[in-house]
Design a protein. Structure first.
Length: 536
């Protein structure tokens, strides 16, 4: 009864004027909640609950994508944090998935196996969990699967037997992968291998794209004889293309997914390798992705291809479904651009450039929900207004839903980054690849983002305590306090000079009565606020 009363009060507060409550922020929260929940539902509903495999796309006959499964494992952890699934149900599904990948037959046969050398085939049959479509042993898709697996290891850190088993399986799966063999006795890691033809027909991962996480997992691997040497990072960066696009200088790769996938798990803020330490570059990879995002919006505003609808709030070019099938697209410079917009490209860049991503997501949400772009899982994969008639994709894709839920979570709470960066193998990979931590902040100017953000408290409502997280774009004198509905000070949580970046503090309710309270954050002359509800 008390819970219902508190929720009723919260609903009443939703109608208060902007003087008391930032309606725009609440609208943004509702949109982000909807997108994250839809993506979570995809990964939960489009799975085979008996083996944990997740479909590549929302079609009943779809095969399993191991990359989609990797994204889905992290999505399940996020879902548990948000209360969309119980922790017990989440770890049961995760445990089933890890058992499938650990126990599945490995070998060089052309059929009947899940993988070889500790790596996994790109496409698996949803029921038998074995190779299908004559797919390749995929190094990048294995890396994305491993990212999700290691994330579950970091998330399920309890002493219960099933959580201990999750961690043990995750360790075993990761440790047995032989990255060294995937080099084939030369520098750099091959993209794939097939039992019918070996490495023939496959190139190596070199030059900037989504494979940063692949190299860091391979270089940081705990079994030395199976790890890639640290020199492979230099091989990888030797193919970089530093260029200036629409006024932004960065390591170029036209499709935005290449600037997003690795960042879903690895927090590159303040980290630089030898390439980024050069005086002619001197940015980190987070800033690199920010510039790539801003350059793409600038490209769409300029609209050199004269596509219908491109604007400051209608952009998002990355590989996706398109009117002719599935298209690998990007910009700038234009790469097969045909006017197709993919919402995942926008949501996946939210942490880098919220000042342009949030208005675009809001515009897409308000324009197309409900409508042909909307599904039970949120946005469908893509749409094209240049096509005659307008074209809207019919499917939802796992590898595009993954960046949506993970990058929104990183923007809102940073939890995926926080737990994944505690993994010793990730720290080992970064160290061996030559990364150092610097104090260089994201420069001010276009795309520098809001000066202060107060994330949604978790949990809320709460009983004994709740965690408050906030983000500063620049160092500032910070005051964070809690007030009751009459405006009386209840608790002062922070009163200090703090550096730019993410911060968190815990509000312990102690003896205060149940009810509604207001958290007010001030950094310099910028302010933000959140309502919280205490249950007794």
């Amino acid at each position: 009864m008390k819970t219902r009363a508190l929720l009723a009060i919260l609903l009443t507060l939703a109608a208060w004027p902007p003087l008391v409550r930032d309606a725009r922020a609440e609208t943004t929260d509702a949109i982000l909640d909807s997108l994250q929940y839809g993506a979570f539902r995809y990964f939960w509903d489009e799975a085979n609950a008996t083996n944990g495999l997740i479909r590549d796309r929302s079609q009943p006959g779809s095969v399993c994508s191991i990359a989609s499964t990797g994204f889905g494992l992290s999505a399940i952890c996020i879902g548990a944090d948000h209360g969309w699934v119980t922790r017990a149900a989440a770890k049961s599904r995760v445990l089933t998935t890890l058992q499938t990948f650990y126990n599945g037959p490995q070998g060089s046969a052309t059929s009947g196996t899940i993988g070889y050398l500790g790596l996994y085939y790109h496409w698996l049959d949803m029921n038998t969990a074995t190779r299908t479509w004559s797919s390749e042993l995929s190094t990048i898709d294995t890396a994305l699967l491993f990212a999700g697996i290691l994330d579950t290891r970091q998330y399920f850190d309890g002493v219960e037997a099933d959580e201990v088993q999750i961690r043990a399986l995750a360790d075993s799966i990761y440790r047995r992968a032989n990255w060294y063999v995937m080099r084939n006795f030369s520098a750099g890691i091959y993209m794939g291998w097939k039992p019918e033809s070996g490495f023939n027909g496959f190139g190596k991962w070199v030059g900037y794209n989504e494979a940063m996480i692949l190299y860091l997992l391979a270089i940081g691997a705990p079994v030395a004889s199976r790890a890639a040497p640290s020199s492979d990072w230099s091989y990888w960066t030797s193919g970089y293309n530093w260029s200036t696009q629409y006024g932004y200088s960065y390591v170029n790769f036209p499709p935005l997914f290449g600037h997003q996938y690795s960042h879903g798990w690895i927090d590159f803020r303040g980290l630089k390798d030898a390439y980024m330490q050069l005086a002619t570059h001197d940015i980190d990879y987070f800033e690199n992705s920010r510039r790539a995002t801003l350059a793409q919006q600038a490209y769409c505003i300029a609209n050199p291809g004269h596509f219908v609808g491109y604007s400051d709030t209608l952009w998002g070019i990355t590989p996706s479904d398109c009117p002719t099938g599935y298209c690998a697209r990007g910009a700038p410079p234009a790469q097969n651009d045909d006017g197709t917009i993919a919402p995942t490209a926008v949501a996946g860049s939210l942490p880098f450039a919220p000042e342009i991503c949030l208005p675009t997501l809001r515009s897409l949400y308000q324009t197309y929900k409900p409508g042909p772009l909307w599904s039970i899982y949120g946005f469908r994969d893509a749409f094209n207004l240049t096509s005659n008639p307008d074209w809207y994709g019919t499917d939802v894709l796992g590898i595009d839903q993954g960046p949506i839920i993970i990058m929104i979570e990183n923007y809102r709470t940073g939890r995926v980054w926080q737990r994944f960066m505690r993994a010793p193998e990730i720290q080992a990979g970064l160290t061996r690849a030559g990364f150092i931590r610097t104090d260089v902040a994201v420069p001010e100017g276009p795309g520098s983002g809001p000066r202060v953000e107060l994330m949604p408290p978790a949990p809320n409502p709460f009983s004994a305590r709740t965690t408050l997280r906030f983000r500063l774009a620049a160092a500032a004198r910070v005051r964070l306090a809690v007030y009751d509905v009459a405006g009386r000070l209840v608790a002062r949580l922070v009163d200090a000079e703090l550096p730019a970046g993410d911060h968190e503090t815990t509000f312990r309710a102690g003896g205060i009565p149940g009810g509604i309270y207001y958290c007010r954050l001030q950094a310099g002359d910028a302010t933000a606020g959140r309502w919280i509800a205490r249950m007794r």
